[in-house]
Design a protein around this ligand. Structure first.
Ligand SMILES: Cc1cc2nc3c(=O)[nH]c(=O)nc-3n(C[C@H](O)[C@H](O)[C@H](O)COP(=O)(O)O)c2cc1C
Length: 187
């Protein structure tokens, strides 16, 4: 059933999470069990599978870093960054940085220790609210502390230029563009 659910509850947004642990290595990985769950305060949920990529025990690097520092950045994925996002999902040890593997640039955040992805058009600095264990997953709930949006994407009255932003979503193991906007009953 899980495969059918992943194939039908679509498209899923992708949180491209940058984080850093005490060792100082910049980590980056995509998570599509992700959504915004509240706007006052603005909160996100990300569901991280139990077990690290390099062994059954231990947390994935993203979760380990978030637990150590209490913060992370959600970078949003534009179509032009899809390949680099895919590279960053590979299995690497905690000492290896996905920023280097994917040729991306870490830049300092304003309010959190985690770096931001310079090339991403939207970065959201978050502080950890809580981690909840649920079956085989850890639910990470974080609160938005600082929102960065590229000048070309930002439009008057807090509207978004989707042509520039060009976000992608996850469909089972594939991806989809989010390009055809419509309003039911509208033109
Ligand atoms: C588009 C995409 C979405 C993913 N979503 C999730 C997810 O929601 N939860 C999860 O545990 N792993 C997810 N993964 C797998 C992680 O990205 C992968 O295990 C990664 O290596 C974790 O890296 P880390 O150990 O540096 O955190 C996803 C992978 C891709 C490519």
């Amino acid at each position: 059933m899980a495969k059918l659910v992943k194939g039908t509850v679509v498209p899923r947004p992708i949180a491209w999470i940058s984080s850093v642990g005490k060792s100082g290595v910049f980590n980056l990985a995509p998570y599509s069990y992700f959504n915004v769950i509240s706007h006052n305060p603005i909160m996100f949920i990300i569901s991280i599978g139990k077990g690290s990529n390099v062994g059954k025990d231990g947390d994935k690097d993203t979760l380990a870093n978030i637990k150590e520092t209490g913060d992370f950045v959600i970078n949003m994925v534009s179509a032009s960054l899809a390949e680099q996002m895919q590279i960053s999902s590979g299995v690497y040890t905690r000492e290896e940085s996905e920023f280097e593997k994917s040729g991306l640039t870490p830049i300092e955040s304003n309010l959190v220790t985690a770096p931001r992805v310079k090339e991403a058009l939207i970065n959201m600095e978050c502080k950890l609210n809580r981690v909840m264990e649920l079956g085989d997953f850890n639910q990470v709930i974080g609160e938005l502390e600082c929102f960065h949006i590229n000048d070309e994407v930002y439009m008057e009255n807090d509207k978004v230029n989707y042509e520039v932003y060009d976000p992608i979503g996850r469909m089972a193991a594939n991806y989809t563009f989010v390009r055809d906007l419509f309003f039911p009953g509208g033109e």
